[in-house]
Structures are given as C-alpha cells and as structure tokens.
Design a protein around this ligand. Structure first.
Ligand code: APR
Ligand code: PHB
Length: 394
C-alpha cells in the first residue's frame, strides 16, 4: 500500500497566485494557520507576466496586510488616463472623483507576497500534483495530493479555492449546484513587455478601425503594450517589428511618433472572457479570484477583484475563529457576487466601446465614438467612469 502522509491545518488554500498568497498572509497575521498548495513550480509562478493596475482600495488592503511597502515606494501613481479614438484624444482626470491608481506589475506584487510567505515560514507547497477536494460539504473537509512521490492528506476546517480559472476547486462544486455565466469574445490581446520608455506618463487606451491597442508601463524605462488580435494569433507570426508597426498604426499620429521600438522581453496572447460562477461557497469550500470570475482585461479589474474577494474572505474567517461568528461566511457569496457583477458590467462595457467586433457596422462605430464623446462632455458620465475604473465604489 502507498504510504499517505497526514497533516492538519485550519485553512487549506489551493493555488499560489495573488489570491492564495494574499489570503495566507492575511490569515497568518490573524494567527490562523494555512497551507498553500500550488500545482506549478515557484519559478513558474514568479515568472508570469500579468496585469499592473492597482486600485486605491486594493493598495489599502495590501498595506493592512503588510505587503505594500515596495509597491508604495516603486509603484507609479496615476491621476488620469487617456482614451484615443483614431485621431481624437480624450484625457479623463481622476480628480473629478478624487481618485488615483498605482501602476505596479502583478509579477512584482507576487514576488512581494511570496517573500512575505517565505519570511513567515509558510512557503507554498509547490508542484502539488492531482489535488483533490474531499468532503467539502461535511465538517471535515480534506485535500489529497501527491508531492515528491508521496501521497498527502491534509485535513482542515475550510478550503479556499484560489486556483484560478482552470483550477480544480470550482469543479468540486456539484453540477446541480454550480451555475456559470459566460461571454467569450471573438478576439484576444497580444501583449509585450519591452525595455522602452512609455509613450506617455499615463495609460493610453486606443480604439481604432484596425482594432484596440493599449500602452501601459511598468516603470519609466519599461513598457507593457497590447494590441487586439485574432483568437488564433500565433506569437511566432508576430515579430517585434510587426507588433510595433501595428501598435503605432492604431495610435493617434503624435503618440505613434513617440513609440521607441525595442526588443520584447515577453510576448503572449490571451483570450478575452467574461465569466461569473455562483455560488462562491459550497459547504466548507469558498472560491476567490479567477476561480470565481474572469473579466476581460480592458477595465484592469481582475487583480483588484481578487484582492477584494480575499479581503472579504479573510475577514469572514477571522470572525469565525476569533469570535465564533459565521455571519460573514454566510454572506460571503451573495455580497461578493454583487461587487463582482458590477465590475463585470464595467469591464464588458469598456470592452464593447473600445474593440473592433467582427460583424460591426458603421452604426456600431458611431455608437462607440458617441460613448467616448459622452465621457468628455458629461461630468456625470466622466465621474461614473472614474468611480468604476478606479474602483472607488467597491
Ligand atoms: N492545484 C493546485 N494549484 C492549482 C491548480 C490545482 N489543480 N490549478 C491551478 N492552480 C494554481 C495555478 O497554477 C496558479 O498559480 O492556482 C494559481 C491561480 O493563480 P491565478 O490564476 O493568478 O489566479 P488568482 O490568484 O485568483 O489571481 C487573480 O488577477 O490579474 C488577474 O487574472 C489575473 O492572475 C490574476 C488574477
Ligand atoms: C497592464 O499594465 O498590463 C494593463 C493595464 C491596464 C489594463 C490591462 C493591463 O486595462
């Protein structure tokens, strides 16, 4: 018989993306024990290039969790954003709602969270294979997995499913209970990272006849840029030259002239999807982050939603352990879903305004341009945009 190594913790956390790592950190600070199980290697998790826009509310949460020090030092504070449509340019000042954003790569945040875990002695169990959730609808849930040739059984009070869109946690909710809501977009984003100065001090979202483009950044010397691409785009077909040409072609001429071409450090294609799962709780299992929802990246909401889910879940678990109150655990799913749907609305709306859809007519283009005009001419519309984009209304 194969030997099974048994262990026990209070909260088993599946996945060591930003959600899992932040939850472990918050629980640790409240004296609650957890074990993080991660399918991939440490290098893989630390090497992923993802989003980079952190809302003020998220900064606050990260600060409370004791992991914001480097972000506050090195992150770039933005007080506005530019939206371009062909040659038209609109700057939206966050001042209408007294808001700001911090631009700081998710890769850097993951590194900070990982360092905090290492310092506390709670590093994730990497390369955990065949993770399976057992008895989540009982009071004695258990996670089984394989690691370094040994079978493990981890008993716990709760399981946090922080294992992203393709994880095992959501799939552990019976089909008769789980409902999913989805919109798949007929295009993707091709993103590159390059050591070249950003074309502007602020982010530029560009809606163009050729398709959407975005110029973001990681520092004064490093740019992160995207162009809308076909779903079957192959990075091998996208030389650096072709990427920079396409990006420049979608920007207003003055901004295009500021594109400084440099070899790319990373290049990848991501499909766009809107997705919501419900409920976010099944027995002793709670879903958070990309395991629970996906937003198209246009609104820069994915990471921020995950941070808020985790903040809410951590508070609920702390209330359970410290005060024996389960009200927040009971409310978690319904209350998180209200917040998630609002972010889904904004992300889907901004995606529809800025992208080129295959079947679109000249009337549809007129509607897109009118939406942008409305943002600049109506203070109410602009304020609503800023509230949603900067996450002022959590
Ligand atoms: N067992 C263990 N770990 C798993 C499993 C599994 N079966 N399936 C997936 N994982 C791991 C993945 O390898 C990944 O490291 O779970 C982690 C999930 O991390 P993310 O996908 O980053 O999801 P999350 O932590 O919720 O992060 C929120 O914000 O900017 C957005 O989408 C972006 O990743 C980002 C997200
Ligand atoms: C990024 O910097 O990677 C980024 C910024 C804004 C978005 C999406 C991605 O909407």
């Amino acid at each position: 018989m194969t030997r099974v190594q048994a262990a026990r913790t209070q909260v088993a956390i599946i996945g060591s993306g930003p959600s899992g790592l932040l939850l472990a950190q918050m629980l640790d600070r409240a004296g609650i024990a957890s074990v993080v199980l991660e399918r991939r290697s440490r290098d893989y998790v630390l090497g992923r290039v993802r989003a980079g826009v952190i809302e003020q509310g998220s900064v606050e949460i990260l600060r409370r969790a004791g992991v914001a020090e480097r972000m506050l030092r090195e992150g770039l504070r933005h007080e506005g954003v530019e939206i371009a449509a062909d040659e038209r340019r609109y700057r939206i000042d966050f001042g209408v709602a007294s808001a700001s954003l911090t631009v700081y790569g998710q890769t850097e945040l993951t590194k900070d969270l990982m360092e905090a875990r290492d310092a506390s002695g709670g590093s994730p169990q990497f390369e955990a294979e065949d993770v399976a959730l057992i008895g989540v609808d009982t009071t004695k849930p258990r996670v089984i997995y394989g690691r370094e040739g040994v079978r493990h059984a981890l008993d716990c009070d709760f399981i946090a499913g922080c294992d992203g869109f393709h994880g095992v946690s959501r799939q552990s909710i019976p089909a008769g209970v789980l409902k999913t809501h989805e919109r798949v977009y007929p295009f993707g984003w091709l993103g590159v990272l390059a050591d070249t100065p950003p074309i502007s001090r602020e982010l530029v979202y560009a809606s163009h006849e050729r398709g959407f483009a975005l110029c973001s950044m990681r520092s004064a010397a490093r740019s992160r840029c995207y162009v809308q691409c076909d779903l079957d785009a192959d990075v091998a077909q996208w030389s650096d030259e072709r990427f920079w040409d396409e990006l420049a072609a979608r920007l207003p001429a003055e901004l295009a002239s500021r594109v400084v071409r440099a070899p790319t450090i990373e290049k990848s294609v991501a499909p766009l999807r809107s997705f919501v799962a419900e409920p976010l709780r099944y027995g002793r299992l709670f879903l958070a982050g990309d395991a629970a929802h996906i937003v198209p990246p246009t609104g820069a909401k994915g990471l921020n939603l995950a941070i808020r889910d985790v903040d809410q879940l951590a508070a609920a678990l702390v209330a359970h352990y410290a005060e024996g109150r389960d009200g927040l655990l009971d409310e978690y799913s319904a209350s998180a879903l209200r917040r998630i749907w609002r972010a889904e609305r904004f992300s889907a709306w901004l995606t529809s305004v800025l992208h080129r859809f295959p079947e679109r007519t000249s009337f549809d283009r007129g509607m897109q341009l009118a939406e942008l005009e409305n943002l600049t001419s109506s203070t109410a519309a602009r304020t609503a945009f800023v509230e949603a984009y900067t996450g002022l209304l959590p």
